[in-house]
Ligand binder design. Structure first.
Ligand SMILES: O=C(O)CCC(=O)C(=O)O
Ligand SMILES: [Fe+2]
Length: 297
């Protein structure tokens, strides 16, 4: 396991729908295979955004979140929600602003809500293009839209809160303070996400880490339990596989164990957990029937 940095989706579009240049289609197909092979190794994929307006939305949203987290506590608490896990909260020693599209504005300033909504759109579309990309890889080769019906339709069309959620987090400098209670360490605890993919962005390069499986480290054949730094920063988005995708693809890709490294500077990040829609029927055997009967190669 390691880190693969990839320019995806390639400049100018999401795929062959947008071009009839053979060279561009070939480049896209190669990127799809690279993406799949990296996730399957398993590596963490760091996407380098080619779309300036997507890059600008994420950067701006991160800056807004940074300002929000710098406000006085009573102002932030106005954005608390009665819905568990949404709005502003302080779970386990970090500060969290969890935003579900169409769930409500959580008492946020309109411009903050707009910035979070914009980041959701960018990361949602990026997640979907990753799913389309891996489906189109020569190795997996299932229909490009096979996973799409399992995702939700635009929440604005359905007029119902999104299943996917954006978590803006602010981690304190230095990590959990000793003596403040054991639960504080949970903000920095290693975990897997349950969704399809989690897309992580931060204007700061450091902080996110993934755990290497046994044997993958730089040491003498060992390496289990070593943590690898995931290089972020403006224009970069890490793609972490969650349990739902692993299940839907019959275990062909594994969920990524990740954490935020304790002991670093104060850090603000966005993590968008792309989820299947509620009630989606996921049948890995059916979904992979064709792929499974094709000779490996
Ligand atoms: O803040 C990060 O870099 C990661 C956050 C995360 O893992 C999560 O919200 O599930
Ligand atoms: Fe996570």
């Amino acid at each position: 396991m390691g880190i693969t940095v990839l320019q995806f989706p390639p400049a100018g579009g999401i795929g062959p729908e947008r071009t009839d240049s053979e060279a561009e289609i070939r480049e896209y197909a190669e990127k799809c295979s690279e993406l799949w092979r990296a996730l399957r190794r398993p590596d963490v994929v760091v996407l380098e955004l080619q779309d300036d307006s997507a890059l600008a939305s994420l950067k701006a949203c991160l800056k807004r979140c940074d300002s929000f987290f710098s406000l006085d506590r009573p102002i932030k608490e106005k954005a608390s929600s009665s819905v568990p896990g949404e709005g502003f909260s302080r779970p386990n020693g970090k500060e969290l602003l969890a935003f579900r599209r169409l769930s409500g504005a959580y008492g946020l300033a309109a411009s903050d809500a707009q910035a979070l909504d914009g980041a959701c759109r960018v990361l949602d579309s990026l997640g979907r293009s990753v799913l389309r990309g891996i489906s189109r890889s020569a190795e997996l080769d299932i229909h490009a839209e096979q996973l799409s019906p399992l995702l939700e339709d635009d929440p604005h069309l359905r007029r119902r809160p999104s299943a996917s959620i954006l978590r803006a987090s602010c981690y304190p400098e230095g990590g959990p303070a000793v003596g403040e209670g054991g639960s504080l360490a949970l903000a920095f605890a290693a975990h897997h996400d349950r969704g399809v993919l989690t897309l992580v962005a931060s204007n700061q390069p450091g902080g996110l880490q993934v755990q290497l499986p046994p044997g993958a480290g730089a040491g003498h054949g060992g390496g289990g339990g070593e943590w690898a730094d995931v290089p972020l920063g403006p224009g970069r988005v890490a793609v972490l596989v969650g349990f739902s995708l692993s299940y839907a693809l019959g275990g062909l890709v594994r969920p990524a164990l990740h954490r935020v490294a304790p002991g670093g500077p104060r850090r603000v990040s966005l993590a968008y957990e792309l989820c299947f829609r509620p009630g989606a029927r996921i049948d890995p055997a059916e979904g992979l029937r064709e792929a499974a009967t094709r000779p490996a190669g």
